[in-house]
Design a protein around this ligand. Structure first.
Ligand code: UD1
Length: 419
């Protein structure tokens, strides 16, 4: 089992080129199933979750290859409609293959997916929406067996009770080749949804999505392949910005997505660091000790503060001047990193969905275990600003979302080693 060994206390300085978005790559790889031809996806990050998606594509008969951040998918032949339980359990996002398989073949058999432990992550909204689109769904001893009654799903009006990212993606994937019009009300507005729609429109899909909460789709008989560049990863951007801010350093992030990361930047700015943006670049300078964030940090669906950036910001301000308050509104168990931060000297009290973070003078190194993807990244941040050595185990969680994190940190002058 690999671990990171970090010697904290150095100011990080330098320039980083942002990786492509994991949360865009995965649904777009699933979407390539619908294309009955070849797709070339550029700027795909080198991540274990991306490899898992490519294994699913190969298992159903596509030919998927990964080289230099490019993924080629040939989906001319799809001969298998069952995704094995092992593959499904590798990552939570495997569930979006359900919509894509249904859109391509009218049937699929999948199981409940795996992924980060963020409390109960049900898929009731996914299933209810697909049922409304004429898909018969049965639980067959742990497997979910889905079949569109007439061999093709049909358009429907779907009102989501909550703007779930995954449910919105599954509906879109099923609807683009369904019979008739689908309207999704209260759809998720995350930028990755827009990226998925842009990809599908390049493949010939008819989608009206103006970035607001209603998406209208007219099903087409067939889509075609295309070449597409995945958007930059706004959560990885938030992570490196938090990391450098916490070490009182300086960062130039290139290939960044400015409007998409604005909800995070406006909060980070309250810590007192200077942030400038120009086309596709973010400059950050943090000369002195950070200040606590004065407004309560409430995680909300986009364009609110992203839940995926909660842990990394918390690590960054755990040694700031003053008290910050977080409110986690998306997932139930998203404070699992706090025990590790406390072990490193942070003063954090969790009461239900609220976490009160009293800035301490200094953090100190400790042996901790990554609990989940963003929680693990938060521990790296804390270790980099702590005094002394830290060891972070179970970094397989971190590898699910960060391309070679130790290389990026070393490039900025951090003392980190993978063992
Ligand atoms: C996606 C992101 C994840 C991010 C999250 C919220 C990917 C691969 N993952 O996850 O990084 O943290 O959006 O921005 O893109 N829910 C239900 N029933 C459902 C579906 C969801 O109750 O059928 C609940 C979930 O338990 C959770 C909330 O809705 O509490 C948000 O989930 P959702 O938006 O679906 O997140 P994911 O798509 O799983």
């Amino acid at each position: 089992m690999q671990k990171f060994i970090i010697n904290g206390g150095r100011r990080l300085r330098g320039e980083l080129d942002l990786q492509g978005s994991k949360n865009s790559s995965l649904p777009i790889m699933a979407a390539s199933l619908l294309c009955c031809g070849e797709c070339m996806l550029r700027n795909c990050p080198n991540l274990t979750d991306v490899y898992a998606a490519s294994r699913i594509l190969n298992c159903v008969g596509c030919r998927c290859n990964f080289f230099d951040n490019n993924v080629s998918v040939d989906s001319s032949v799809v001969e298998e409609t069952t995704v094995s339980e092992d593959l499904m359990r590798e990552m939570r996002s495997s569930i979006i293959f359900m919509g894509a398989m249904l859109g391509r073949t009218g049937e699929c058999t999948v199981s409940i997916p795996g992924g980060c432990e963020l409390g109960p992550r049900p898929i009731d909204m996914h299933l209810a929406a697909l049922r409304k689109m004429g898909v018969d769904i049965r639980d067959n001893g742990g497997s979910i067996v889905c079949k569109a009654s007439s061999g093709r799903a049909k358009g429907a009006k779907i009102n989501l009770a909550f703007p779930s990212v995954g449910a919105t993606e599954n509906i879109i994937l099923c609807a683009v080749t369904a019979d008739g019009e689908t309207v999704i009300n209260n759809a998720a507005r995350e930028p990755e949804i827009r990226d998925l729609c842009d990809f599908l429109m390049n493949c010939g899909a008819d989608i009206r999505n103006d970035g607001e909460s209603r998406i209208i789709i007219n099903g087409k008989q067939q889509l075609h392949g295309c070449e597409y560049t995945i958007m930059p990863d706004r959560i990885v951007a938030a992570t490196y910005l938090s990391m450098v801010a916490a070490t009182r350093g300086e960062l130039i992030l290139t290939n960044a997505c400015i409007p998409e990361i604005e909800p995070f930047l406006s909060v980070l700015e309250q810590t007192g660091c200077s942030i400038y943006t120009s086309e596709k670049k973010i400059y950050l300078r943090s000369g002195s000790r950070l200040r606590a964030v004065r407004d309560r940090i409430r995680t909300m669906p986009h364009p609110g503060f992203p839940t995926d950036a909660q842990a990394v910001l918390m690590a960054a301000i755990s040694a700031a001047d003053g008290t910050s308050v977080f409110e986690e509104n998306i997932f139930d168990c998203r404070y699992r990193h706090t025990d590790a931060l406390i072990k490193m000297g942070a003063d954090i009290q969790v009461l239900g969905k609220v976490a009160v973070v009293k800035g301490v003078e200094k953090l100190h190194g400790a042996k901790v275990e990554a609990t989940d993807l963003r929680g693990g990244a938060a521990m790296v941040i804390a270790a980099l600003c702590a005094e002394g050595n830290s060891e972070i185990t179970k970094i397989c969680h971190i590898d699910r979302g960060y391309e070679n994190m130790e290389k990026a940190v070393s490039l900025l002058g951090g003392d980190i080693r993978r063992n």
